[in-house]
Design a protein around this ligand. Structure first.
Ligand code: ZN
Length: 216
């Protein structure tokens, strides 16, 4: 393990995200929050995204409703409703690269991530598609995910870890994870490993096709 990038998906949550931001501030770790449009449409969620951005974190797009992986939704109107609507809500808080992370439905990579329409929408809109290489399943194992994460990242030069600022109790262990990484010689950075970015600012930079469902 050398470098670790931390990302928080599915928030913001009024009962969880403030504590996460406090830990990140105290430990000096820069991160990215992949927010849901439906949560920042709420004023309380919006304020949390504003706080995260003001504290130097990147705000990124993780769909509006987060109910079905976009590869299973071939409709032409879906990308605008799920991706565009969320980007509009993020508005001026967005990073210039327009980072977007598809909903994986449990952390799996594959062609279920994006429909052809969604892939074309991301490319035409100059988005950056951000995947992952470490998913410790904090939602399923709120008290044990730190050990899983340490094991997953141990062999990676640059880990991109997905955790969730959701009310599962998992984030109570965030500082222990950060301390563990540093104790093991790892360092935190905010940018994403190249291997996890198959589309950058609308330009294909990796195996983007592997994320796209075959046309019906
Ligand atoms: Zn998610």
């Amino acid at each position: 393990m050398r470098d670790v990038t931390l990302t928080f998906d599915n928030g913001p949550e009024p009962d969880v995200t403030p504590g996460v931001l406090d830990v990140l501030a105290r430990t000096g770790v820069p991160a990215t929050f992949f927010v849901l449009g439906k949560k920042i449409a709420d004023p309380a969620g919006r304020r949390l995204a504003e706080r995260a951005a003001a504290e130097g974190h990147w705000i990124a797009n993780h769909t509006y409703s987060h109910e079905t992986p976009l590869g299973l939704l071939p409709g032409a109107d879906v990308p605008g409703a799920e991706i565009g609507r969320t980007q509009d809500l993020i508005g001026g808080l967005a990073h210039a690269d327009k980072p977007f992370r598809p909903f994986g439905g449990g952390g799996a990579l594959g062609p279920h991530l994006l429909s052809r329409a969604a892939a074309d929408y991301l490319a035409a809109g100059g988005y950056t598609c951000v995947l992952w290489n470490a998913v410790p399943r904090d939602w399923a194992d709120p008290d044990g995910w730190v050990e899983t994460a340490m094991e997953q990242i141990s062999a990676l030069d640059h880990a991109l870890v997905v955790v969730h600022d959701l009310p599962t109790g998992a984030m109570a262990h965030l500082e222990r994870f950060i301390d563990g990484v540093r104790a093991a010689g790892g360092a935190f950075r905010r940018d994403f490993p190249e291997a996890c970015v198959p589309l950058r600012r609308g330009r294909i930079t990796g195996d983007f096709a592997a994320c796209v469902a075959e046309a019906a």
